[in-house]
Design a protein. Structure first.
Length: 248
């Protein structure tokens, strides 16, 4: 399967998997991998590392925005096979271990099946491993507050709502925000383009997801790298405010 890798800034690559994005931050021979797509995206994930001149052995750490299978897909594979540490917000660590699951239910998806795009998205999610039991057996909370000592020096930004421990990653050096599902620019079940929240059914606590947009609006930068949709360029404040307007 062809990889869809976009060089969006110095040492920064946005990769479009099957309906979900991940980000590669490079520094010399080492990389930070933010999210890993669906379990079924593994071939694309490994190919994307090769395309930027890297390899799974060179991944210093996997950072996960949140522990849904379309972002967590190959995290345990990398941890178990290469010893790669997998870091999440402390509130998301038990979610990654599958002590609980904050995820849209099959019943809710079926009740929303009349909406444009929902059923084709659901079929893809099932085929790509979106509902399989896929825990990370030894996820870890961030080792320290502030910028992480990893390629790109990403700064975790807690943005609860989509899940309790959802975390975006701000990269001040390039003015980039890796926003996961806290702020996206498109989705297979959405009929609008540009900065937005995911449809309501996907959020564990929608009011908190809306409130987290205020946190993102305070960040400096002009490069939005979302969990779903294309790269968006422009002030992060404007993107967050546009998403809030659409959510009201």
């Amino acid at each position: 399967m062809r990889t869809d890798v976009h060089h969006v800034a110095d040492g920064t690559y946005l990769v479009h998997g099957s309906h979900t994005n991940w980000v590669i931050l490079t520094e010399g021979d080492a990389v930070t991998l933010v999210d890993t797509g669906y379990p079924g995206d593994r071939e694309q994930l490994l190919a994307s590392l090769a395309e930027v001149g890297s390899s799974p052995e060179a991944v210093a750490a996997v950072l996960i925005t949140h522990a849904h299978n379309d972002h967590l897909g190959s995290a345990e594979y990398l941890r178990a096979t290469y010893g790669t540490p997998v870091y999440l917000h402390e509130a998301e660590v038990p979610h990654a271990r599958r002590e609980f699951l904050h995820q849209v239910s099959l019943g809710t998806v079926l009740r929303n099946g009349w909406r444009p795009g929902v059923l084709p998205w659901a079929v893809h999610a099932l085929r790509a491993g979106g509902t399989i039991h896929n825990p990370v057996t030894a996820p870890e909370p961030f080792p320290a507050a502030g910028p992480l000592d990893l390629p790109g020096r990403p700064v975790p930004v807690h943005t609860p709502g989509h899940t309790d421990g959802h975390c975006a990653y701000h990269v001040p050096g390039t003015g980039a925000l890796i926003s996961g599902d806290a702020l996206v620019s498109g989705h297979a079940t959405s009929r609008v383009e540009g900065p937005q929240l995911l449809p309501d059914m996907f959020h564990h606590e929608r009011p908190r997801a809306v409130a987290s947009l205020d946190v993102l609006a305070e960040l400096e930068g002009e490069l939005l790298l979302p969990g779903h949709g294309p790269v968006h360029r422009g002030p992060l404040r404007d993107a967050a405010e546009r998403a809030r307007e659409r959510a009201l």
